[in-house]
Design a protein around this ligand. Structure first.
Ligand SMILES: Nc1ncnc2c1ncn2[C@@H]1O[C@H](COP(=O)(O)OP(=O)(O)OP(=O)(O)O)[C@@H](O)[C@H]1O
Length: 263
């Protein structure tokens, strides 16, 4: 899998005039990588992910998956959003099965995949429960299982833990790393949470404030256990704090520049 974004730009026309949400974005994600794009509010993160998902079209530039331009949504890209997008009238298992049905996958194969991915996210015993019986973190695990069950080439995550409390968020981050390690899925996540980006990813694209553009690409070199992924202990390392502080500083500077420009 090779995701490539070249000279990507996006403008919106509003009653107040044109808004440039993204300007000249260049980035790539390779097979098996966990990459984050981090940016302040309004830096165009959601717009970027929607364009990659094919839910909107670029004003300029190109997005390709395996050298094929994106022309709309496709099952090669799975999505997980911040708000749980589960179907309330379906059980947990049926939610995970939904996309597979749409793909026309045979019932026995569907059952196999649903049970595998429910096991991956640790929700086998809740397979017959309705979403309303689950906590926020569990709902997000179902959303992850549902996206993974379609076996996309890349999982696109839009602030997936943004609505969770701090403790649940930390558990889910560790949990996502374990899933990533176990399934070998390629992940591109957008977040405004610098600590989350440093903890989870191997590379980070730091976006500037509006218009969003890549101001820096950061390779994150922190210890990773082959089987368990990164553990929370890395947060105590001075290297971790170095990444967090430097990236936060970059975001702060770009926001200040924008404020000055607006004045
Ligand atoms: N459909 C739209 N029409 C007009 N403007 C839009 C539209 N979608 C996004 N924008 C504008 O584009 C800019 C980037 O928005 P976007 O939601 O992508 O940022 P974001 O970084 O995800 O922000 P947040 O972290 O607050 O969710 C904002 O100024 C927003 O108002």
């Amino acid at each position: 899998m090779h995701l490539e974004i070249k000279n990507l730009g996006k403008e919106f026309t509003t009653k107040q005039g044109k808004i440039t949400a993204l300007d000249n974005i260049n980035l790539h994600v390779e097979t098996g990588e966990f990459v984050c794009a981090v940016g302040a509010s309004g830096s165009g993160k959601s717009t970027l992910l929607r364009l990659i998902a094919g839910l909107d079209t670029p004003s300029s530039g190109e997005i390709t998956v395996d050298y094929t331009p994106i022309i709309g949504p496709g099952r090669d890209r799975g999505m997980v959003f911040q708000r749980y997008t589960l179907y309330p009238w379906l059980t947990v298992a049926k939610n995970v099965e939904f996309g597979l049905k749409l793909q026309g996958i045979a019932p026995n194969k569907r059952r196999e995949r649903v049970s595998y991915y429910l096991d991956v996210v640790g929700l086998t015993q809740f397979q017959n429960a309705p979403p309303k019986a689950l906590s926020g973190g569990m709902k997000q695990r179902v959303a992850i299982a549902r996206a993974l069950a379609c076996q996309p080439k890349i999982l696109l995550m839009d602030e997936p833990f943004g609505a969770l409390d701090v403790q649940t968020k930390e558990i889910m981050q560790q949990f996502l790393l374990e899933i990533w390690q176990r399934t070998g899925t390629t992940i591109l996540m957008i977040t405004h949470d610098v600590e989350e980006a440093v903890f989870l990813s191997q590379r980070i694209y730091v976006l500037s404030a509006r218009p969003g553009t890549v101001q820096k690409e950061v390779q994150v070199n922190l210890p990773t256990d082959q089987e368990k992924g990164r553990s929370y202990h890395v947060k105590a390392l001075s290297d971790f704090q170095w990444y967090r502080e430097n990236i936060t500083q970059l975001l702060r500077n770009s926001t200040v520049e924008q404020e000055v420009m607006v004045k």
